[in-house]
Write a protein that binds this ligand. Structure first.
Ligand code: ADP
Ligand code: MG
Length: 683
């Protein structure tokens, strides 16, 4: 083996889990289901699958080991790390599978995958026969897909006595899962296998007062990082922020401030590297967060420091060694769903106590650490104990469709064995929305259309859009738009080049429709493939476009399988036009169009993809639509049972009339088509 292998082996042997290998084997051999609880960084994700792989039970039978992760970045990065540790090429013995990307081969026996991917596999093979051992990792994250997998695996375990299941969790919630997985009698209670974690103390520092303007937490965090760099002993810093834009902005400000400090005090301030870490980063850039801190600039100079600015991903999914200081402003971005408005949105929200404790626990693993909480101790005590599971705050239409595809009757959905049961109202909305898309028929049975929609790795609404598009002779375009909506942000807008970026964007803009603008960018990208640096000069993300191309190819393949024709609107009509409409209804909910909307004026009816709340509410990725469209085109595809009735028709006709007469321009938001219809009918 190579020197690198030996070096990695030595560091693996230092991990707390290594000391418990023999005990693990005993528990693993004696039980079908094991609950494994260990603190983040103890070696669960990287080592346990390897232990299983080398135990005789596993691959001798030619089956695979699956290890699920709630996050894509954790699946890819762990697979990469483990391939290196095993001294094999990634994608051969060890691989990964995430949505739109499969890095496995015939010989793969250890597969890291997102929880969502394993769930998709279960739709075609409900007993998951390919696998001898299934490891559910990070179950404490309680993502929708992991919760569903737990429900499924509980019943698969009864049908396949030889299947081994390991449920790994980073927190003390292990007993909740132990209880859940108890299959009946007392003898069948799965053991909780504990792995010791850090041993060094972590000092918690609170602020004296609560921030007067909590929305300024990013600035407060930046100040704290710079102050630590000036005053504290050597050791790397981990700062938790909520999303890509915020993180990139903070990184450039920190770099700038430290540079100014070094100019003022060259001999007493050390160099820093400041690296961002979030899911949509390129793998090579992600890996940079694991690089060591920079060296001192010379003898007798202070040592360098690494600052990692990360989303929640660094809370438990990824462990970066050498962190001594944690800065925790106390926020994260969380998905929220309101079944009344049917609106799902990402919101910056206070974290839970459990989350704050995990964050503090990212230090103190190899030496004593310090955690700076940018809030008071009183505030900490007032936080929720645990983060609310995703199943209680999501739109459930995708979940309902998957469960129905798995053979569960709609009427039994409320009685499915959930870890936490969703509210009946949210379940109802999910069923309603599938009925509306004609994925379920009037008797709530899965339709052939619904079955097809469920095969697409997309949200049911987007999938049904794609499936409907050949009927409207625009499937080429919809395929592109759908792909562009499935990748990270296309627009690049560097802090110091905002004007140039906006000018470049204006050249792509199809007025009145962000969707057609995305289509336009993609088409120009394809036409300009041979032009060097085309994405950079046009301020678009080359990586997102490459990704969109991959997604497009995969979706196209699926369309082919279902004999969905690719037809372009340009075959008849040489230009794209947006609907441009001017009518409104909604009373209770106000939102602005996101500044990125490329429209001439405020339309009154819009179609949109994202509802963002960041203090104020925004609709992002917006197209104006006309009442004519609602009246003539929409009912022919959607299952608008109430739509053709006289009242609705009259309402719409009125609106069209008003428009012709030149109506007011007040913009009020419209949540979804469904909402629009509900409003019109007074439902
Ligand atoms: P756990 O799942 O218990 O949180 P992991 O198995 O993910 O722990 O990590 C154990 C150790 O492996 C980490 O402390 C880190 O040193 C190392 N490690 C894991 N992933 C990577 C990576 N992508 N690059 C470098 N080191 C890594
Ligand atoms: Mg882990």
């Amino acid at each position: 083996h190579t020197a690198r292998y030996k070096e990695l082996l030595a560091s693996r042997k230092e991990l707390p889990i290594y000391a418990r290998m023999d005990d693990f084997f005993t528990v693993f051999h004696e039980n079908q289901i094991v609950i494994l609880a260990g603190e983040a960084g103890s070696g669960k994700t990287t080592q346990i699958p390897q232990f299983v792989a080398y135990s005789d039970l596993a691959h001798s039978r030619g089956k695979m080991i699956a290890c699920t992760q709630p996050r894509r970045i954790a699946a890819t990065s762990s697979a990469q790390r483990v391939a290196e540790e095993m001294d094999v090429e990634l994608g051969h013995q060890v691989g990964y599978s995430i949505r739109f990307e499969n890095k496995t081969t015939q010989g793969t026996f250890l597969k890291y995958m997102t929880d969502g991917m394993l769930l998709r596999e279960a739709m075609n093979d409900p007993n998951l026969r390919k696998y001898s051992t299934i490891i559910l990792d990070e179950v404490h994250e309680r993502t929708l897909a992991t919760d569903m997998l737990m429900g499924l695996l509980k019943s698969v375990a009864k049908r396949r006595a030889e299947l081994k299941i390991i449920v790994m969790s980073a927190t003390i919630s292990a007993h909740k899962f132990q209880k859940y997985f108890s299959l009946g009698s007392d003898t069948e209670v799965p053991p909780v296998f504990k792995v010791p974690g850090r041993t060094h103390p972590v000092e918690i520092v609170y602020t004296q007062d609560l921030m007067k303007e909590p929305e300024h937490y990013v600035d407060a965090a930046i100040r704290t990082v710079v102050a630590i760099h000036r005053a504290e002993h050597p050791g790397d810093i981990l700062l938790f922020l909520t999303g890509e834009e915020e993180i990139e902005m903070a990184c450039s400000k920190i770099r700038h401030k430290v540079k100014c400090l070094i100019d003022l005090y060259p001999s007493s301030v050390g160099p820093i590297v400041c690296t961002p870490l979030y899911s949509s980063l390129e793998p090579i850039q992600q890996q940079r967060a694991f690089d060591p801190a920079p060296p001192a600039r010379g003898p007798n100079h202070p040592p360098g420091r690494k600052v990692v600015v990360a989303t929640n991903i660094a809370e438990t999914s990824l462990t970066i060694d050498g962190i001594v200081y944690v800065v925790d402003p106390g926020f994260s971005k969380q998905k929220m769903y309101n079944p009344r408005t049917r609106g799902e949105s990402l919101l910056v929200q206070p974290i839970s106590k459990a989350s704050a404790q995990q964050r503090a626990g990212r230090t103190g693993r190899t030496q004593p650490g310090k955690c700076f909480r940018l809030y008071t101790e009183e505030y900490f005590m007032s936080l929720e104990e645990q983060t609310c599971p995703e199943i209680l705050r999501s739109n459930l239409s995708g979940m309902v469709l998957q469960l129905v595809k798995l053979g569960i009757q709609v009427k039994d959905l409320a009685r499915f064995d959930y870890v936490d049961t969703p509210t009946p109202e949210t379940l109802m909305r999910g069923i309603e929305s599938l009925t509306f898309l004609k994925a379920l028929d009037e008797d709530e049975n899965l339709t052939p259309l619904g079955s097809m929609i469920g095969e697409f790795p997309l949200d049911p609404q987007l999938a049904s859009l794609l499936v409907a598009s050949p009927q409207f002779k625009c499937s080429e375009e919809i395929l592109t738009i759908t792909s562009m909506l499935s990748v990270p942000r296309i627009w690049v807008r560097p802090v110091d080049q905002k004007k140039e970026a906006d000018q470049a964007k204006a050249l792509f803009t199809v007025r009145g429709s962000d969707h057609l603008t995305l289509l336009n960018v993609y088409n120009q990208y394809v036409q300009n493939k041979s032009v060097e640096d085309w994405p950079e000069t046009n301020f678009v993300s080359g990586r997102a476009l490459v990704e969109a191309e991959k997604v497009r190819a995969q979706l196209q393949q699926l369309m082919g399988r279902f004999e969905l024709e690719l037809i372009s609107i340009t075959d008849k009509n040489k230009s794209y036009q947006s609907g441009g409409g001017y009518v409104t209804v909604k009373e209770n909910h106000f939102a602005k169009l996101h500044p990125s909307y490329g429209g001439p004026e405020l339309p009154e009816w819009v179609l949109f993809n994202e509802f963002i709340i960041t203090g104020r509410s925004f609709l992002r990725t917006v197209s104006a639509v006309s009442p004519e469209w609602l009246l003539e085109i929409a009912p022919s595809y959607f299952n608008l049972r109430t739509f053709p009735d006289g009242k609705t028709r009259r309402a719409l006709e009125n609106l069209i009339e008003q428009k012709t007469a030149g109506s007011s321009n007040n913009f009020r938001s419209l949540y979804t088509m469904e909402d629009a219809v509900a409003n019109l009918t007074g439902a």
